[in-house]
Design a binder for this molecule. Sequence first.
Ligand code: IMP
Ligand code: MG
Length: 195
Amino acid sequence: MFATSVMGPVESTETVKSAAPVRGAGRPMISARRIARRVREMGQEISRVYANVDQPLVMVVILKGAAVFAADLLRSLSIPAELEFVRASSYGSGTASSGRVKFAHLVEGPLTGRDILLVEDIVDSGRTISVIVRELQRHHPASLRLAALLDRPARREIEVGIDFTGFRIPDRFVIGYGLDYAGLYRELPDIYSLG
Ligand code: IMP
Ligand code: MG
């Protein structure tokens, strides 16, 4: 994959994506088509819930993994929404949680009295999301809900209320559609499990 990009133009993006990145280790779990369908449904569901709110929703996206999901979800909404970001990381470069969560607040406008929808790629132990919820609650929003593309309840340590869930998945590490392993594979349109 890296060799092609430094040595010359990639002849077929499809070949590169399906053969090289996962190198036989990943198993297809959720196809791009299924993801697209579910994200559209979530967008409709979210739009219904906030239909009578008289100010734009604030989508707070948790970088980096949720960026791809958030971009699609945002375009599935039929209500006005602003876009903000926070940064949190509990994983190093491995597939097991380090247990520590680093938080960075990147939100520009005031959140007091606003309706916040947190957007996360996957809820695993629940540590990341609980730290972020605690930080955002300090701003006294009018409401705070959570949309997670994936829910992996098997490794939960802290109870988390997910208001909008895309897919509940088994206890497998996953990559693709924004989700990374050591910073890689976010570009894959489908979701694969590793191991
Ligand atoms: P938690 O804090 O243990 O709930 O972990 C959630 C965070 O870890 C998410 O924001 C993801 O970025 C990352 N994460 C957890 N599981 C996976 C996975 O299977 N693949 C990629 N990233 C993951
Ligand atoms: Mg991550």
